[in-house]
Design a protein around this ligand. Structure first.
Ligand SMILES: Nc1ncnc2c1ncn2[C@@H]1O[C@H](COP(=O)(O)OP(=O)(O)OP(=O)(O)O)[C@@H](O)[C@H]1O
Ligand SMILES: [Mg+2]
Length: 236
């Protein structure tokens, strides 16, 4: 079963082509990584999947229905997002966890969410300014989970974390995917991270998907000459 099917997606902004003929299908369950250098269009692609932006060409299907046929609020409840460089709102951990359920009028037990993301129950009343970077990122993920999404889009969720917190967040995403059957799309520019986290990967370079499959398979038999340059850090 495919959660998303993208057919010949193009995105042009201010006369510049950002995405070009992207054909991608994303399976239900598991973690798909979207890998590529800075400026390759990763964030732009992710934003199309909960309609923060609309493509300028092609079609996107969510659960085999045109994505535009979904009510946008219902879609965003089902397809959660952890943004690149996202911050917490002022207040306590619980204030943040209850934010989304409050908007949607949904009851939620914050303790269950803290447990799910591996935060100590006594974190409830902590002011978010007192959290470490790794703890804050767990609350950000918990806040996205609080409305019960089926899909979680994660845009470089470890970009600002130290190596140990990075590994913790990677393990958390794997745990959530297994425990909740959550479909995760994990954006990274780090090949080793994609290898650790993802069941399968897409490589995006200059707005085009140039590879798909396992990281091992992609690196062993790249289709595009830029892929190995990117993996070696030579493509900026
Ligand atoms: N609103 C916009 N108008 C014009 N160009 C844009 C706009 N948004 C993004 N771009 C350009 O589109 C390209 C892709 O940007 P995007 O943010 O999707 O890349 P990215 O792969 O997420 O990069 P990074 O790894 O640095 O986050 C970049 O060249 C960017 O400057
Ligand atoms: Mg980005």
């Amino acid at each position: 079963m495919k959660v998303f099917r993208l057919e010949r997606i193009g995105l042009t902004k201010s006369g510049t082509a950002i995405l070009d003929s992207v054909d991608v299908s994303i399976s239900s369950g598991g973690i798909t990584t979207l890998l590529g250098p800075s400026g390759s269009g990763k964030t732009s692609l992710l934003r199309l999947l909960n309609r923060l932006d609309e493509p300028t060409a092609g079609n996107i299907y969510y659960n085999d229905e045109p994505i535009a046929s979904y009510d946008i609020q219902a879609l965003r409840r089902e397809v959660g997002m952890v943004f690149q460089r996202q911050e917490l709102f002022e207040g306590t951990v619980t204030d943040n966890i209850l934010f989304g359920p409050g908007l949607h009028g949904m009851p939620v037990e914050p303790g269950g969410i803290l447990d799910l993301v591996g935060l100590n129950p006594d974190a409830h009343d902590r002011d978010v300014t007192t959290l470490s970077g790794g703890q804050a990122q767990k609350v950000i993920i918990g806040r996205a989970l609080a409305v019960g999404p089926k899909v979680l889009l994660l845009d470089e969720p470890t970009a600002n974390l130290d190596p140990s917190s990075t590994l913790q967040i990677e393990e958390l995403v794997k745990h959530l995917s297994r425990k909740l059957g959550l479909t995760c799309i994990f954006v990274t520019h780090n090949v080793e991270q994609a290898r650790r986290v993802g069941d399968s990967a897409f490589v995006l370079i200059e707005g085009q998907v140039v590879e798909e499959g396992s990281i091992g398979g992609i690196l062993a038999h790249p289709k595009d000459p830029r892929t190995l340059r990117f993996a070696k850090g030579e493509l900026r």
